[in-house]
Ligand binder design. Structure first.
Ligand SMILES: Cc1cc2nc3c(=O)[nH]c(=O)nc-3n(C[C@H](O)[C@H](O)[C@H](O)COP(=O)(O)OP(=O)(O)OC[C@H]3O[C@@H](n4cnc5c(N)ncnc54)[C@H](O)[C@@H]3O)c2cc1C
Ligand SMILES: *[C@@H]1O[C@H](CO)[C@@H](O)[C@H](O)[C@H]1NC(C)=O
Ligand SMILES: *[C@@H]1O[C@H](CO)[C@@H](O)[C@H](O)[C@H]1NC(C)=O
Ligand SMILES: *[C@@H]1O[C@H](CO)[C@@H](O)[C@H](O)[C@H]1NC(C)=O
Ligand SMILES: *[C@@H]1O[C@H](CO)[C@@H](O)[C@H](O)[C@H]1NC(C)=O
Length: 587
């Protein structure tokens, strides 16, 4: 080693030593920030659907059920509004925002961040009772340590038990009670407002025979403060996973058989690549050899540098409109996923071949970016690093209608496959399964859930490359095929007329009147969901899905994006780049 490079090395080491104490490792920051006068709540992306700010006067951190009851009691006694907030705040729409009365803010956040210690396993009855602030990973690890498994859970572990059940979050399965987490719920304890003589708050214990149980199973946080949740568990088991990267010819014919054949089936579809990835995923005996882990690639810690570069490149491609380059990055990303088996590992580092066999607790749910131990890595969407910024549309289809939807999407794709590279750069169209639910706000029939992510501009009025395609896909799903929006995701337009999509919606509203008659736990966004609201139209409103365009001004006529009809679903109204005399100065 030469003297000069040794010198450089020293300088570098010195630099590292100097900055290490200054920078905290980028584990997620608290979603609530308070100063002397007000508290602000953000979601994990740092931006709500509508980009508004979400405030409350103060926050409290109960640690026990009794303290939670006292917090609700304080709120009721003082005529305040309240929302339950979690450590993570991973929901995309502003479901946790109380009413934003700016002149006279009288809302209160009750955080479950420190109400997270209780996990009681009842081995005999195959059940576990948890405090609502317990993190999913913590629960999984504790249950597995004692020889049991949770059979259904979301793929992402950065969630609390209260948040998961309140939004109907799910994994994927058509077997047993299906892929939705709330289907495993046996009992819910919830703190609701009460009369003065009852101390302003009372604890209700709802088991499956209680008339309010099916309202409380998926409650959007509007019925009260969930204190404890009792869930069913099974004896610990293993799984065997194989990904088959193949052509997409048969999706519409095989999607039902696939779920019937494999307990934890899913399909990831990359339309621009004519590729489908079938997940062959089923139980393996406990003595099957393998201690694999599914560390899903999208939830691994990214180098902050790479996340920034990717975002920079994506922005540039958006502005210059180079679909072709977007398609090469989509090809690269698909090749990388194939190479890394999507993050399946059977020797701790990578996959040495299919199938990968491992314990349920390590195969269902992941999120290693949450625990990044170096200062250079984080979750790719962490707003502090200005990394990825995207929309996430999630539509829940009645199973029987899904095949026709696939055929329509194929028609749209075949018009110009390159148009679809924007979603294939993320995770394509992810197809998962959930079963019919008794929950009033759960699907009333066996269903297919699709997710697709796509570029969101930093400026809400900036039109995006191929945005007409995503808008057509969205409107096709939610309006032509009547899909329901996932409560924790989506842009505002997806929730139009959602009340009509649930046969028991009125029963839920009745339960709300009983449990929270003074609307203590209501908020602006949850009210829009519950009672419906016309989307207010303004210039550029369709660009972020705040409305469906009916005039050019709802798009961006100054940048050449005009309001026009869909290509396959003609009734769709989308913003498409039609005028070539674009004013590029403002780009
Ligand atoms: C990267 C990523 C991956 C995801 N993957 C999946 C997935 O695979 N499947 C899926 O279905 N979803 C997925 N989601 C969505 C996620 O599951 C939901 O957003 C989940 O609700 C978030 O939980 P949370 O603990 O952060 O709740 P929050 O977002 O903080 O709260 C959600 C709602 O629940 C209410 N609430 C929370 N706790 C209580 C309580 N104790 N009492 C009353 N109300 C309460 C809140 O008031 C709010 O209305 C993903 C989200 C992200 C960001
Ligand atoms: C507190 O934060 C709010 C919102 O960010 C801001 O408007 C206000 O000026 C801050 N007040 C003080 C005293 O810092
Ligand atoms: C917020 O609550 C804490 C205790 O819960 C209290 O000490 C503080 O004064 C409150 N702040 C405001 C602005 O009300
Ligand atoms: C992958 O899927 C294709 C098409 O459905 C099928 O022909 C092939 O046998 C599958 N491969 C494996 C390993 O199962
Ligand atoms: C696993 O156990 C079963 C019986 O419990 C036995 O039949 C089988 O051979 C065992 N398999 C392995 C791989 O050890």
């Amino acid at each position: 080693m030469s003297n000069t490079s040794y010198g450089l090395m020293e300088v570098f080491m010195l630099w590292i030593l100097c900055i290490l104490p200054l920078i905290h490792s980028l584990t997620p920051k608290s979603p609530i920030q308070c100063n002397q006068t007000i508290c602000t709540l953000e979601n994990t992306y740092g931006t709500w659907n509508d980009r508004k700010t979400c405030y409350a006067l103060n926050v409290t951190y109960p640690t026990t059920e009794q303290q939670l009851r006292l917090a609700v009691s304080y709120v009721v006694q003082n005529n305040l509004k309240a929302k339950i907030v979690t450590k993570f705040s991973h929901t995309i729409p502003a479901l946790s925002c109380p009413q934003q009365n700016t002149n006279n803010n009288h809302a209160f956040f009750i955080s479950t961040e420190k109400y997270d210690s209780g996990i009681e396993i009842d081995a005999e009855n195959l059940a576990v009772t948890v405090d609502s602030g317990v993190r999913l990973r913590e629960l999984i690890d504790e249950v597995e340590k004692n020889g049991f498994s949770l059979v259904a859970a979301p793929y992402w572990e950065g969630v609390t038990i209260g948040g998961v059940i309140s939004t109907g979050a799910h994994g994927s399965s058509w077997w047993g009670k299906g892929g939705a987490f709330h289907e495993q719920v046996l009992e819910i304890t919830v703190v609701v407002p009460a009369s003065k003589s009852e101390g302003y708050a009372k604890i209700l214990k709802l088991d499956s025979h209680h008339p309010l149980f099916n309202a409380a199973k998926v409650s959007l946080g509007v019925l009260g403060a969930i204190s404890k949740v009792k869930l069913s568990i099974e004896h610990r088991f293993k799984r065997s996973i194989t990904f088959n990267f193949t052509d997409d010819n048969d999706i519409e014919n095989v999607y039902m058989d696939h779920a019937n054949k494999y307990e934890f089936a899913d399909i990831t579809w990359y339309p621009s690549k004519y590729t489908a990835v079938y997940r062959y995923d089923f139980r393996a005996p406990l003595n099957a050899s393998g201690d694999g882990v599914f560390d899903f690639i999208g939830f691994q810690a990214n180098s902050i540098f790479i996340a920034k570069v990717v975002r920079g490149a994506e922005k540039l491609l958006e502005i210059t409109g180079f679909s072709k380059v977007k398609c090469s990055t989509a090809s690269l990303s698909l090749a990388f996923r194939k190479l890394t088996a999507n993050g399946l590992k059977n020797n701790g580092l990578f996959s040495t071949g299919y199938p990968v066999i491992g314990y349920q607790g390590r195969m269902q749910t992941s999120g290693s970016c949450l625990y990044s131990s170096t200062i250079f890595k984080s979750c790719a969407w962490d707003p502090r690093i200005k990394g990825l910024f995207f929309y996430e549309s999630t539509a829940i289809f009645p199973a029987s209608k899904f095949g026709d939807f696939i055929k329509d999407v194929k028609k749209l794709r075949d018009i110009n496959p390159q148009n679809f590279c924007g979603i294939d750069n993320y995770n394509g169209i992810m197809i998962r399964y959930i079963k019919a639910s008794e929950a009033y706000l759960g699907p009333s029939e066996d269903s297919i859930v699709i997710d697709f992510n796509y570029y969101r501009a930093n400026d809400q009025f900036a039109p995006r490359l191929n945005q007409d395609v995503w808008e057509e896909l969205e409107q096709m799903a939610f309006f032509k095929y009547g899909a329901k929006p996932h409560w924790a995701k989506n842009r505002n337009l997806a929730f139009l007329n959602v009340q009509q999509k649930y046969p028991k919606f009125n029963a839920f509203i009745d339960a709300k009147k009983q449990m929270d008659p003074e609307n203590v736990f209501s908020g602006d966004w949850s009210d829009e969901i519950l009672y419906g609201k016309e989307l207010v139209k303004f210039d550029g409103c369709a660009l972020e899905g705040m409305c469906i365009c009916s005039e050019d001004r709802h798009c961006s006529p100054q940048k050449g994006y005009l309001c026009t009809h869909g290509l396959v679903y003609k009734e769709a109204r989308v913003c498409r780049l039609l005028s070539t005399s674009v004013n590029t100065d403002s780009l």
